[in-house]
Write a protein that binds this ligand. Structure first.
Ligand code: F0G
Length: 464
């Protein structure tokens, strides 16, 4: 890989607080060994998430000033609507406070109790809203997605056989829509090919079932298509991006990722009936259709972000920065999910900590230990995030037991990535000392956010 420097320069800086090991040992204990509960000022490099942690451009900051804060008929809404129409090619859009706001509205509009919603791997909030509406999620992703060492280029692809099986078994009338995510977060940021998208569309058409996209990281997906799919390398990202969207009836969007802002999201559709129903619910749960859950200035920042996100140089650097971190870790022998995906590097906790059973929460333990090691904050994406089956109450046991090092957009430099790679590699040398964890507090819904844990035995990994 040719070494590439950042395609931007720094105009404002945010000083970071350096911590001692002793402070971090105290902090992780106070946080119940859950990285979500660590105070941000105690973190050196924050790779918890790429959500809402983006650096906005000078043009986005300038746009905030012209936000029209009218309750209705806001100019900012019309700028936002125009950006979604131009870049996503969707005629109808409602703004929401973030992605899950859009998931809530879509689920309530389309799902009836007893329905089944097939998707290419679950996402936490998406499945939660489907279940709250009385639906049941069924995984139809290809088998390769569950194997961290499978090198297939499009591990986010839908297994068409599995999808057709769902249509036949439950009947298409009980499938309100198929939900397809680009890229697939829980699989490691893996992409879906255009070829697969077209085939999914054709199958949905054959059974008269709607197709909705979780477009949260669809720009990163477009980069992988440009890089890997035959015949796509000369097309601009903007064009590939729009083609991806052309196959679906609508999308939910967390603007906190691709759209390069700190808050916001939307639900967009081609279907005037879904749009009308969504607007009715929007005024109950989010706000008037011209602002949803957002300030006028937020909609301005999103409008600019939507146009910046499809810049070829920007997205190339973004994905290659993530891949560069993966390459440094691979060189140190650290087990990671391959190929490296679009938004982060995922450590394979099963191979990192072969001495722990899944019930001993290896990925949670690894994330906690990494924080103490280098002040690097990551996120568990394994059995804790996966939660319990709402019917049986048993833990889900996902095949993937991962720690996500998520890279915020335009925020960290290559030197920060070096520090991360060093911290993980050093910890890898002491991996056998990392103990398992157990729950001491387990919330009923989306437990990973606020659960608390304790180590199963004392360990130098959690000592000063
Ligand atoms: N869909 C995907 C694929 C996501 O990754 C997220 C959020 C959402 C929907 C929900 O959007 O946060 O704006 O309400 N993912 C974040 C993450 C939280 O860290 O992966 P939201």
């Amino acid at each position: 890989m040719v070494k590439r420097a950042e395609p931007y320069r720094i105009k404002a800086v945010e000083p970071l607080h350096m911590t001692t090991r002793k402070e971090r040992v105290e902090e992780i204990e106070a946080a119940g060994y859950n990285t979500f509960l660590i105070r941000s000022r105690m973190v050196y490099i924050d790779l918890l998430t790429d959500s809402g942690t983006n650096a906005m451009s000078d043009r986005q900051w300038a746009a905030l000033m012209v936000g029209d804060e009218a309750y209705s008929g806001s100019e900012s809404f019309f700028h936002f609507e125009k950006a979604v129409q131009d870049v996503y090619g969707m005629p109808y859009v409602v703004p929401t406070h973030q992605g899950r706001g859009a998931e809530h509205i879509l689920s309530q509009v389309l799902i009836k109790p007893g329905d089944v919603i097939p998707g290419n791997m679950y996402f936490t909030t998406t499945r939660e809203h489907q279940e709250l509406a009385g639906g049941q999620f069924v995984d139809i992703i290809c088998d390769a997605a569950h194997d961290p060492q499978d090198l297939s280029p499009f591990k986010g692809n839908v297994d068409l056989g599995k999808l057709e099986q769902v249509f036949k078994e439950v009947g298409p009338e009980h499938v309100p829509y198929v939900s397809i995510a680009l890229t697939v977060n829980m699989a490691g940021g893996q992409p879906v090919s255009l070829e697969n998208l077209r085939a999914v569309r054709a199958l949905c058409d054959r059974y008269h079932v709607r197709l909705y996209m979780d477009a949260t990281r669809a720009v990163e997906n477009a980069f992988f298509v440009q890089e890997r799919e035959p015949g796509q390398s000369d097309r601009p990202i903007r064009e590939i991006f729009k083609e991806q969207l052309s196959y679906v009836d609508g999308c939910t969007m967390s603007g906190k990722k691709d759209n390069l802002v700190n808050i916001g999201g939307f639900l967009a559709t081609r279907d005037p009936e879904v749009f009308e129903a969504a607007r009715e619910l929007l005024v109950v749960f989010e706000g008037f259709p011209h602002y949803g859950g957002l300030a006028g200035r937020d909609m301005e920042a999103i409008s600019v972000g939507i146009r910046e996100m499809v810049d070829d140089e920007y997205i190339k650097h973004r994905v290659l920065q993530v891949r560069g971190l993966g390459e440094r870790l691979q060189a140190a022998g650290v087990p990671i999910v391959l190929p490296v995906g679009g938004h982060g590097v995922f450590l394979d906790a099963r191979r990192f900590l072969p001495h722990l059973e899944q019930e001993q929460l290896p990925a949670q333990a690894l994330a906690a230990a990494l924080y103490v090691q280098g002040g690097v904050r990551a996120m568990e994406r394994g059995v804790v995030s996966s939660g319990r089956d709402p019917v049986t109450g048993e833990n889900h046991h996902p095949k993937l037991e991962l720690v996500r090092l998520t890279v915020p957009r335009r925020v960290y430099t290559e030197s920060h990535m070096d520090v991360v790679a060093e911290s993980v590699s050093e910890l890898y040398q002491h991996r056998s000392e990392i103990p398992g964890l157990r729950f001491v507090h387990e919330p009923k819904r989306l437990r990973f956010f606020t659960a608390r844990f304790e180590p199963l035995r004392p360990s130098p990994v959690f000592q000063a």
